[in-house]
Design a protein around this ligand. Structure first.
Ligand SMILES: [Zn+2]
Ligand SMILES: [Zn+2]
Ligand SMILES: [Zn+2]
Length: 258
């Protein structure tokens, strides 16, 4: 079996460069310092599964030549992970598209984006997305469009949100606390994708040293850090990481044969 993972975006909530910022990262011409909001795309046998719809989803889809989607998994309700939802409409001109998340996430989307939900929309012929919602339970394994998906609880400050294990890759963004039960589901990973925000500690995200410590504990073959703020400059901070770890960057693609 082979599948791939494409980093559509690796930036924190405001994206990099930050509007108006003149710091070394934001003014860098290195493409690895230009970060759209965090999202990844899994691909297997020509089928695609997306995690989150960022405010740059349209640009990310164009850059990745994305023209087919089996569904969307949502991690949580924050704007940087959801607000590109309207641009899913091009994937629903012939059929509706399933979206997935925790009960809290799905309730939030149904409440705040009423018009995109197939069962509730009164504008079926209008140019709006036709999405249908699916609540997932943590720690249950699902087959979604041919992908083996297990939602895992992680804490984003006080808020429980979903990370996902898909085959032997785990995607854990926006967290500063991974509970013991979830750690049991993170064994034998080929790749761990984990948030590493910046050098300074933060209330709801791991900083780089906490992320490295957690990645060592999880012990995946390889770890890539994402959801990166402008406090991390790609070349400089990447060079300081242990050999099995690196900063992810937009358009990075990882291929797996299992
Ligand atoms: Zn975020
Ligand atoms: Zn900056
Ligand atoms: Zn968040």
């Amino acid at each position: 079996m082979s599948y791939s993972l494409n980093f559509l975006g690796t930036g924190t909530s405001h994206g990099i460069p930050v509007i108006g910022c003149k710091c070394a990262t934001c003014t860098s011409t290195n493409p690895k310092n230009k970060r759209y909001r965090s999202s990844v795309l899994f691909t297997k046998d020509g089928k695609n599964l997306l995690i989150d719809t960022t405010p740059e989803f349209r640009l990310q889809a164009l850059r990745a030549n994305l023209n087919e989607l089996e569904g969307v998994l949502y991690t949580h309700i924050h704007a940087d992970h959801v607000h590109g939802i309207d641009d899913l409409r091009v994937f629903t001109t012939k059929t509706s598209l399933p979206i997935y998340g925790s009960e809290a996430t799905i309730k939030h989307i149904e409440k705040h984006f009423t018009y995109v939900i197939k069962s509730e929309t009164a504008y079926k012929k209008a140019a709006v997305p036709h999405l249908y919602t699916n609540v997932l339970e943590a720690y249950k394994t699902y087959n979604i469009g041919g992908f083996e998906v297990t939602p895992l609880i992680i804490y984003h400050g006080d808020m429980p949100i979903f990370g996902y294990r898909i085959f032997n890759v785990a995607y854990l963004t926006d967290t500063n606390n991974i509970p013991e039960k979830t750690l049991e589901y993170l064994k034998d990973l080929n790749l761990l994708v984990l948030v590493a925000l910046q050098h300074k500690e933060h209330k709801t995200h791991y900083n780089i040293s906490q992320a490295v410590a957690m990645a060592k504990r999880i012990g995946a073959k390889q770890t890539l850090f994402t959801h990166i703020a402008h406090g991390l400059e790609h070349e400089k901070d990447n060079a300081d990481l242990p050999p099995t770890m690196a900063l992810a960057y937009d358009t990075l693609e990882m291929n797996f044969e299992e």
